[in-house]
Design a protein around this ligand. Structure first.
Ligand SMILES: C[S@@+](CC[C@H](N)C(=O)[O-])C[C@H]1O[C@@H](n2cnc3c(N)ncnc32)[C@H](O)[C@@H]1O
Length: 227
């Protein structure tokens, strides 16, 4: 059984896809994608020995060894990309995800369906995506235990990108389901606290004021439902 966070990632993967799960760890997501008829083939990729062993064991036990290939790879560097339609990078920091995406031209050239789930610095990842020509097609927040994350679905589409600092923080979280509200409320509180702290320091004053402006805009959005 997949946890809620990975289940939301799976919901954005295209039917009949050839997918690559980068940082697969135990390969739970690849097995789910095959078992549920979502993907026809999945590369389960990781950089470390321990996760690769765990992934191989899960794949063999699942009986889907003919449809899941375990690959040692730093990001997408060693993945046989020909035919890959969907890439999932979940459970890493936003900056690491940005680095992985940024050094793989195939993703742009083939308009690969990207599913990205940053554990931290989601705004850094969104900013990178927008500046690099990737547009966010959809997004959903997920509450998992005491934490709240976002799952970003994107593809290379430079004509549709956004360049607004508010957008880098809130992305496409506009459905206002309970987990989206929780994510945005926490973000608003975080930006308010950090903004108030920075306002008193001469070199961070402008950044502090910007954070508070974004927090106020989120507050309005949560009240009015209009972005
Ligand atoms: C916290 S686990 C996330 C597992 C799973 N994707 C999830 O979201 O539950 C992060 C995994 O990413 C792997 N990883 C970290 N940096 C990587 C990189 N540059 N390329 C491939 N895998 C990486 C780690 O070895 C680890 O297994």
């Amino acid at each position: 059984m997949l946890d809620k966070r990975l289940a939301v990632c799976a919901s954005y993967v295209n039917k009949n896809s050839i997918a690559a799960d980068i940082g697969t760890d135990h390969a739970y997501l690849p097995v789910y994608l095959i078992k549920n008829g979502i993907s026809r083939f999945v590369y389960a990729c990781d950089i470390k020995e321990g996760p690769l062993k765990a992934a191989s064991l899960t794949v063999v036990q699942s009986g889907y060894a003919d449809k899941i290939s375990v690959v040692r790879s730093d990001g997408l560097d060693s993945v046989p990309l020909s035919g890959v339609t969907d890439v999932i990078v979940a459970g890493m920091g936003g900056e690491t995800i940005a680095e992985i995406i940024g050094r793989c031209d195939y993703l742009k050239e083939n308009k690969v369906n990207l599913i990205l789930q940053p554990m931290t610095r989601a705004h850094t990842l969104r900013r990178f995506m927008c500046i690099s020509g990737f547009s966010i097609k959809a997004e959903a927040a997920v509450r998992s235990g005491e934490f709240c994350y976002t799952v970003i679905n994107a593809e290379y589409s430079p004509e549709k990108t956004n360049s607004d600092e508010y957008y880098f923080y809130t992305g496409e979280l506009s459905n206002l389901k309970p987990d989206d509200i929780e994510y945005l409320s926490r973000l608003k509180n975080k930006l308010t606290v950090s903004g108030e702290g920075m306002k008193n320091s001469s070199d961070k004053k402008a950044k502090g004021e910007k954070n508070i402006e974004i927090a106020n805009k989120i507050s309005e959005f949560l009240k009015e439902g209009i972005k």
